[in-house]
Design a protein around this ligand. Sequence first.
Ligand code: CA
Length: 230
Amino acid sequence: MSDKKRILIVEDERQILESLKDFFILQSYEVLGASNGDDGLALGLESSPDLVVLDIMLPGMHGFDVCRGLRSGGYSGPVLFLTAKGEEVDKLTGFDVGGDDYVTKPFSLLELHARIRALLRRAEKEQPNEEVYAFDKISVNFTTYDLKVDGDEVRLSAKEMELLRFLVNHRGQVLSRDILLEKVWNYDTEVSTRTVDTHVLNLRRKLRDSPPNRYIQTVHGVGYKFVGGL
Ligand code: CA
């Protein structure tokens, strides 16, 4: 089962729409795009995305009205508004119509991605993370820290277990070394991206994930992607 997140981007500036699409596809999201409000509303209601990125100034239907329409149509996922610098936007109205956050253009893709991740995390809070995960001949219990590989008990360090848990909970997603440092090591100043690589190597060895890696794939120039059980 894939846990790829589906994002709908509603944006009338073609160049922005295309670059957002390219970026988020590269980050392993499933991306849908619409270039006007009416299409965005229709697509949002029929495709139940995990999150909607919604430009406010759109030809035809205004972004606020698209958001209202999504909410009255039963869409309950996060909506992040895009607003252009200098545009007079009443942020309170945006929240009133059911928006969750704003990003002002021009924005950095990394900032937008960080906001999106935060919104998705918030939306996911009610869903408990996996306690037991099994794939191929491997099963791991994150509560008892038991790992079995092909019937053998394998011991992981606490950090290796945390790393494995993060990878499993984000399976199918490309995870940069920086994200892993942030999430698994909490930006500990003592560690570098080399620490991430070392732990991944150890984890692969213990999972008997020898090249070509079937579980923890290397994404060159970026980081890693866990695909065990997908
Ligand atoms: Ca616009």
